[in-house]
Design a protein around this ligand. Structure first.
Ligand code: NAP
Length: 597
């Protein structure tokens, strides 16, 4: 084993352990920003892409480098902008009350980007001049230290996400770290020209900037999936370009071939898998799981052929046809891996793909022996994997069930196995609710996926403000998998200016339910189903839930008696304390607000 590889592997493992400890401290409140922050950091594939775009080895490698720079800079600019937009919405009560400042406008964002471009242009000019005078050796040494510093800044950035108070500051550090890494790379001696670098940076920044500034918060899951596909495409193209270069130089050793193989294989499957996930979430593709006979067997055969091709290439690296066959199979595998999964399960898939994109990035780091890419890839991989596991745990699903696919199907089968819950269902009209509210001292609001569908977060916040004005205490109960992505409810409520200190995680709020005069359930279903506690035959059995049924009275806002994501009937609705306020959540809340005002 070469010393370089040994060091690389140590770095990879240590960064993974460090990432694990830092990321487990990120509260569920900030899980969505964490997803987009690690996504932005995974844009560190920019470092390798810049070198390939500027080295001018062949016309094809320059083209691939240009596309990779475009994809990576889209992720960096878009990822950091959207993370900042989200984090700015998280306010404590005292900050929310004196809030009046508008969010950073699109104009300011564009100005910052233009400023950065001018700065990078000057650095490129300086690098060119220094290279012409033959005095870059010292600078290249300095650049290595810049990389170390930027790695430290990334870790501090993630550490900032352990509290909403320091999260934005943390992200500024990470952004600065990225800027330093990019600036330093411009001094790399392999870069001979800058025109394709700047063209890629320009196009990527415009696309990323537009996405980051204007994409609605409700579209964050599909944006994240799309962004993983861009990062994976960058890694795959750089992998192909490096493979062709080294094949022509006849210097493909075992280590390099292994790293290249992993890079294109994981990159390829993440690219098509993420595109599929984004398509399903955006409803461009059918959301229902697509299954066929022998699906698992054919997927396993495909995977075995891919791994077999890689092993063959390690011994015969010049087998170009096998290499491209492997790339083709990886692209097909990513596609086939995601089609049997229902749209509702995509968040787990996105998180897993995030982890794969990190691994592709780290492999690229091994190919180019670039330590900062190894560190960031490892952090990204750990973060994605951890979030997937947390989601599985909160849904009471096994990691095996997630890893081996076809889980969208499970819910359909679960629906058939619904327990026969029967009893009287009481409904209530909006004008009957004020009498209940008037006598209440504590109201617990339980938001769920239906709040997101109805876009009712502002109506919820308005009603809560009115209740508070009337001296009624209001708390929000947040289940870790309410909605369709980790931290979904937190982001929506933050968007509606609800202070984060009014939001309570499941373990914190459950003891409050017995003293709550009213639990107002806004479009939440599965996360409130008491069957999870008491009914062994329920598919939800064992999932920790919000103990809404312990409140003195309950009002559920939803449109019908239809079940939620898990397809299981909710026993709560037959509880004598429970009243159903049927209708779209936003409409019902607006009516309620009008009669209570
Ligand atoms: P849910 O169980 O899916 O229920 C949502 C409810 O919202 C539905 O019963 C629906 O009933 C109602 N609804 C939809 N549109 C509405 C509207 N416009 N107005 C009012 N109500 C509306 O949601 P949940 O309680 O939030 O639970 C989340 C589920 O997603 C869990 O099963 C969880 O395991 C799963 N999941 C979550 C994540 C994550 O990361 N958060 C990831 C993967 C899976 P009507 O149709 O009758 O209105």
């Amino acid at each position: 084993m070469t010393t370089e590889l040994e060091i690389g592997l140590y770095i990879f493992m240590l960064a993974g352990f460090l990432g694990y400890h830092v990321i487990t401290r990120v509260p569920p409140l900030l899980h969505t920003p964490l997803m987009s922050a690690t996504n932005a950091m995974s844009g560190i594939s920019l470092i390798g892409s810049l070198v390939v775009a500027g080295a001018g080895h062949t016309a094809l490698s320059t083209l691939f480098g240009f596309i990779a720079v475009t994809c990576s800079s889209t992720n960096v600019v878009g990822g950091f902008l959207i993370t900042d937009r989200m984090l700015k919405m998280f306010k404590a009560e005292r900050d929310a009350s004196r809030d009046g400042q508008p969010a950073r406008s699109g104009g300011t964002g564009v100005l910052v980007l233009v400023g950065l471009f001018v700065g990078l242009g000057l650095v490129a000019y300086l690098a060119g001049r220094l290279r012409a005078s033959g005095s870059t050796a010292g600078l290249e040494q300095a650049v290595k230290f810049f990389y170390i510093l930027s790695a430290a800044l990334f870790i501090l950035g993630l550490k900032g996400l352990s509290s909403p108070k320091y999260a934005r500051r943390g992200m500024f550090l990470a952004e600065f770290g990225m800027l330093m890494a990019v600036t330093g790379t411009l001094f790399n001696h392999e870069i001979l020209s800058f025109q394709w670098i700047f063209a890629g940076l320009g196009v990527g920044s415009i696309i990323g900037g537009s996405i980051g500034l204007w994409v609605p918060m409700t579209a964050v899951p599909q944006r994240t999936a799309l962004s993983h596909s861009l990062g994976a495409l960058a890694a795959t193209l750089i992998g192909i370009s490096e493979y062709l270069r080294h094949v022509s130089l006849h210097d493909l050793g075992t280590v390099l071939m292994t790293a290249l193989g992993f890079e294109v294989m994981i990159g390829g499957l993440t690219f098509t898998g993420s595109l599929m996930a984004a398509g399903k979430l955006q409803e461009l593709l059918p959301g229902a799981p697509m299954t066929y006979k022998g699906q698992n067997a054919s997927n396993i055969t495909l995977l075995t052929t891919m791994v077999g091709s890689l092993i063959y290439l390690i011994f015969v690296p010049s087998a170009t046809v096998v290499f491209f066959l492997m790339v083709g199979l990886a692209l097909l595998f990513g596609f086939l891996l995601v089609i049997p999964i229902g749209a509702a399960d995509m968040p787990v898939v996105i998180s897993l793909l995030n982890s794969y994109a990190g691994l592709a990035d780290a492999s690229m780091g091994f190919v180019l022996m670039n330590k900062i890419q190894i560190i960031t890839g490892s952090l990204d991989g750990t973060s994605g994997f951890l979030l997937s596991l947390l989601m599985c745990r909160a849904m009471n699903r096994s990691a095996m069930n997630v890893l081996f696919g076809a889980f969208g199907k499970v819910e359909e089968e679960a629906a058939a196995a619904v327990t026969d819950v029967r009893g009287a269902v009481r409904s209530i009209a909006p004008d009957e609710v004020p009498s209940l509210l008037d006598s209440a001292r504590l109201v617990v609001i339980v938001p769920g996926y239906g709040m997101a569908v109805a876009q009712a977060q502002h109506a919820v916040a308005e009603l809560a403000t009115l209740l508070l004005k009337r001296g009624i205490d209001v708390k929000y109960a947040i289940h870790p998998v309410a909605g369709r992505m980790p931290g979904h409810m937190n982001v929506l409520l933050a968007e509606a200016n609800v202070p984060y200190d009014r939001l309570f995680e499941m373990e914190q709020i459950n003891p409050f339910f017995p003293e709550a005069d009213l639990a107002l359930v806004v479009g939440a279903n599965d996360v409130t189903n008491p069957a999870a506690r008491s009914n062994r035959s329920s598919p939800l059995y064992g999932m920790p839930i919000l103990e809404v049924d312990r409140a003195k009275s309950i009002i559920v806002l939803k449109r019908s008696m239809r079940p939620g994501f898990a397809g299981v009937e909710n026993e709560l609705y037959y509880n004598p304390k429970c009243m159903m306020l049927f209708g779209d959540a936003k409409d019902s809340l607006t009516k309620l607000f009008t009669v209570f005002k």
